[in-house]
Write a protein that binds this ligand. Structure first.
Ligand code: GAR
Length: 191
């Protein structure tokens, strides 16, 4: 049984696809807790699914280290083996990442190493990229780097806007993150 925490910051759609895939495809996995760094729509979606949730707001802590210690405590308290970042929009410190070395996975809306950081869809359009997509990778201390686990791509269309591209990439995200979870649960994938 793969026990994993999910860290979110906003809409939470990737989290819901993970949660629903576990049920729909009988994956030997369990979301132990959904943690957010601010109150957000995804927390409500997690509660709707009966998942434990915890809002650990950065504003309530003096330092990033104290904030991350509270997040780490929640991950441990819920006995989580892995941490899936699903739209977690804060940069985790090297200390935090090293503490969970080999256990944190991130989904990023670009074909890494292209377009690290934010506004990936607009940047793909601006640079006339032929293809764009999504990456699932292991998290290391360097932002949006770390060993690649899976990628899915699509061709850009002349009519694409940042919004239309984001919507099409999101469809790929919703397939690839459950696919990676399934691989872990079936032990086809090891990290
Ligand atoms: C997703 O597109 C995810 O790839 C992205 O945030 C969105 C969250 O959507 N993550 C990053 O940009 C991380 N660098 P969601 O809250 O609906 O899952």
């Amino acid at each position: 049984m793969i026990r994993f925490a999910v860290l979110i910051s906003g809409r939470g759609s990737n989290m819901t696809y993970l949660a629903d895939a576990i049920k729909d495809y009988n994956i030997a996995a369990q979301i132990t807790v959904v943690i957010s760094n601010r109150y957000c729509a995804g927390i409500t979606l997690a509660q709707d699914r009966g998942l434990p949730t915890k809002v650990i707001n950065r504003k309530n802590f003096n330092t990033q280290a104290e904030h991350e210690a509270a997040i780490a405590a929640a991950i441990h308290y819920h006995r989580s083996k892995y941490v899936f970042l699903a739209g977690y929009m804060a940069i985790l410190s090297g200390d935090f990442v090293n503490q969970f070395a080999g256990q944190i996975i991130n989904i990023h809306p670009s074909l890494l190493p292209a377009f690290k950081g934010l506004n990936t869809h607009q940047r793909a359009i601006d640079e006339n990229a032929a293809t764009h997509g999504v990456s699932v990778h292991m998290v290391t201390a360097a932002l949006d780097e770390g060993p690649m686990i899976a990628q899915a791509s699509l061709p850009l269309m002349a009519s694409d806007t940042a919004d239309s591209l984001a919507a099409r990439v999101l469809q790929l995200e919703h397939q690839i993150y459950p696919f990676v979870l399934l691989g872990l649960a079936k032990k086809i994938l090891s990290l």
